[in-house]
Design a protein around this ligand. Structure first.
Ligand code: MEV
Length: 329
């Protein structure tokens, strides 16, 4: 009976709808700098966005059932419509194709966690299945990159790559627009982290544009910071690969400092970073686009992770206690 029900569910999905999934992510080193060709380190997390896509009748209808920061869906609504039209175009479908799309899953809609990229990958996979396109992961990743342009203006591609493939990665954008460098990193054991949301929705596009503008007008200040970011990512990779977590935490703290200097941290993010460090996190930094969004703290061991999680929860904040290196490619 159970197997029969499973078969019927599978058949219904095959006939009437397309399903897809995309991972959330946390950037450990290099956000913003990656946009300009500096290498970064990203890890998929064990939370994902799921999408169900069916051919519709009344234009584009999106039902967003994700848990989100207050105002997230409204703030992202226009970018979401543009992103889906961009995806359809990249799939050589009519950008005005009528679709009913449901989005949900365990990844909350908090800025900084790659929620837009995860939803784009999930929706692209859903459309792929619904229209029997048989697209490869590589193609899905390219399509999600197109969608990311709606959310980030000039994305590096780090978020959609993590959302598509999962894993822990070294990522370097090819500034000439060719193949990006993506290397999967192996660590001995997954490492506990705590992600805490400021509750503030951020506009990634505005944050990315702001950095590019300030870099252009103030190269004397910005160029050395970009070199420092490149060195930090290399040192971070070495520390991660040899399991030197103390060193990695120290480098994450330094990374936060240069993110402050390029103007993408905020009072709320600095507050969360300071709490995490005071409670014993061995490193803490903003993660993602900044200007709100989320903070990540390196908290190896269950005990430390729980302590820091509880501290944030006691302040009424939204927390994700998870691990890096837990989703393998
Ligand atoms: C956003 O998660 C990361 C940014 O570096 C933008 C990007 O790389 O596309 C801010």
């Amino acid at each position: 009976m159970f197997l029969f029900k499973l078969f019927i569910d599978w058949l219904l999905v095959k006939i009437y709808m397309g399903k897809g999934s995309g991972y959330g992510k946390v950037i450990l080193f290099g956000e913003h700098f990656v946009v300009h060709g500096v290498a970064g380190i990203v890890s998929a997390i064990d939370s994902s966005t799921e999408a169900i896509v069916t051919k519709g009748k009344n234009g584009l209808v999106v039902k967003d059932d994700r848990k989100t920061a207050k105002g997230y869906s409204k703030e992202k609504r226009l970018q979401q419509i543009e992103s889906i039209e961009r995806m359809l175009r990249a799939m050589r479908l009519d950008p005005k194709t009528a679709l009913d799309i449901w989005i949900g899953g365990s990844l909350p809609g908090f800025s900084g966690l790659g929620a837009s990229a995860a939803s784009s990958v999930a929706i692209a996979r859903g459309i792929d299945e619904e229209f029997c396109l048989n697209l490869s992961d590589e193609k899905i990743n390219q399509i999600a990159y197109e969608a990311e342009i709606a959310y980030a203006g000039n994305p590096s591609g780090i978020d959609n790559t993590a959302a598509t493939y999962g894993g822990l990665m070294w990522f370097k954008k090819n500034p000439e627009g060719g193949q990006d460098l993506v290397e999967h990193l192996n660590i001995r054991t997954p490492i506990e982290i705590v992600i805490c949301s400021t509750g503030k929705v951020a506009n990634t596009k505005a944050m990315v544009e702001g950095v590019a503008e300030r870099k252009k007008t103030n190269p004397d200040k910005y160029n050395p910071l970009f070199s420092q970011a490149a060195d930090l990512a290399i040192a971070g990779r070495r520390a991660l690969e040899r399991g030197d977590l103390e060193e990695m935490g120290k480098l994450m703290n330094e990374n936060h400092k240069i993110l402050q200097e390029i103007g993408v941290s905020s009072v709320e993010l600095d507050y969360l970073v300071n709490i995490a460090r005071k409670q014993g996190a061995i490193g803490a930094k903003l993660t993602g686009g900044g200007g709100g969004g989320c903070m990540v703290a390196l908290t190896p061991g269950k005990e430390l992770q729980e302590k820091i999680t509880k501290t944030f929860q006691a302040e009424g904040l939204d927390v994700l206690a998870t691990k890096i290196g837990v989703i393998t490619h």
